[in-house]
Design a protein around this ligand. Structure first.
Ligand code: GLA
Length: 378
């Protein structure tokens, strides 16, 4: 294993173990997690592997195989003051910080990180990194934390140490997914259920379309959407938008952005439940319409799409996909399309053509079947 070999080369001894945590795509339930709503993501076959060994001081020594210089060599970062960690290292250091905040006596460690989540594709490489490190420390220090605890801790690292106010979906998908299943989560009770998703049996495939773009406004806009939802909930006198039962009445008391955000969140929660109903009924071929409706709602009501995502979704459907939508936070990253296996080529060609017409570089296509959640490798 590359991470283990690199660990030996860098530190002169074996790591105590290696842990892998996957990235995710979200089938449906977008921008619902921080509204106490429902989500249905699944783990992708790409993720982060961490080879780890404990230290008997508080220093964190970090080496990423993706941060190699032109000569292919990397120098480990030595982090003694956690607050001074920068860039991607903050996701790792944040997990140590969150564990200590929760009263766990973890000390420093040597870590080698190896990742194959396509960078910038919006497939949650940061959640994968956090969960891999959290699971490693849980095992090495025998902390006895559950997978859900590890997801919550990783979210805390991202919220309070990195400073990104994300919900629980990405970390939960990485920690709790099962192969061949999507993960249904009620983000209020935090109850989860593995939902069988055998697309191949129906001759279908989820095609990930990585637009290759990342619009810089993503983080600021994410925080703004959260604020819109919180102020709308307050105005409506509910704890969270999850609690809106009469949409028409709610909309009649709101206007502007808040009105649009509420329209999206409430209908998106219904779409998650409808999609689960279809899966339970064995009607996976019918879920495409819900994917399309989710995309329109994210584009027009939640306003988190962008031209590259819209064109990918429209071209996918034109090319014969049963449905398509942006996935993840938005403003770039990836879209997903549900496609019959014998139409994949046509769908890809249609998207490449539509991108070419606009002078955009072709997106990257990644077929993805639901993969397993985080695990120890050796
Ligand atoms: C990002 C966040 C998640 C979730 C999605 C939108 O991926 O990390 O918590 O809010 O956006 O559904």
């Amino acid at each position: 294993m590359r991470a283990v070999d690199a660990f030996r080369a860098a530190f002169g001894h074996d790591p105590e173990g290696a842990w892998h945590a996957p990235g995710r795509v979200n089938l449906i339930g977008e921008h619902t997690d921080y509204n106490d709503g429902f989500v249905l993501p699944f783990a992708v076959p790409w993720g982060v592997t961490a080879a780890v060994g404990r230290r008997d001081d508080d220093t964190i020594t970090l080496l990423s195989l993706q941060a190699a210089g032109a000569d292919g060599k990397t120098t480990p970062q030595v982090i003694k003051e956690y607050e001074r960690a920068e860039g991607w290292a903050r996701y790792v250091v944040g997990v140590f910080w969150a564990l200590r905040q929760a009263g766990h006596a973890v000390r420093g460690a040597d870590l080698v990180i190896d990742g194959d989540v396509p960078p910038g594709a919006g497939l949650s490489s940061s959640a994968a990194l956090e969960v891999a490190v959290a699971m490693a420390l849980n095992d090495l220090y025998d902390l006895g934390l559950s997978r859900l605890d590890l997801a919550l801790l990783s979210q805390k690292a991202e919220n309070d140490f990195v400073g990104m106010p994300c919900g629980i979906m990405d970390q939960a998908a990485s920690a709790l997914s099962q192969e061949g299943h999507a993960l249904f989560m009620d983000c209020r009770s935090l109850a989860t259920r593995a939902v069988p998703l055998d697309l191949a049996a129906e001759g279908l495939q989820i095609l990930i379309i990585d637009t290759g773009v990342h619009h810089e406004l993503a983080d600021g806009q994410y925080a703004r959407r959260r604020r819109d939802c919180e102020s709308a909930a307050k105005r409506l006198g509910v704890e969270a938008l999850r609690d809106v039962t009469d949409l028409a009445a709610a909309l009649s008391t709101l206007d502007g952005d808040e009105r649009k955000r509420v329209q999206h969140v409430v209908t998106e929660n219904h779409r998650v439940q409808a999609l689960i109903g279809l899966l339970r009924a064995g009607a996976v071929r019918e879920i495409g319409a819900l994917l399309n409706a989710s995309h329109l709602s994210l584009r027009d009501q939640y306003e988190v799409s962008c031209p590259e995502l819209d064109v990918a979704v429209e071209a996918a459907v034109r090319g014969g996909a049963r449905g398509a939508r942006m996935t993840g936070g938005g403003f770039g990253g990836s879209a997903i399309a549900l496609v019959a296996a014998d139409r994949v080529q046509r769908v890809r060609e249609e998207i490449v053509r539509a991108y070419g017409q606009r002078g955009w570089a072709a997106p990257r296509f990644l077929p993805a079947a639901p993969a397993a959640g985080a695990r120890r490798l050796d």
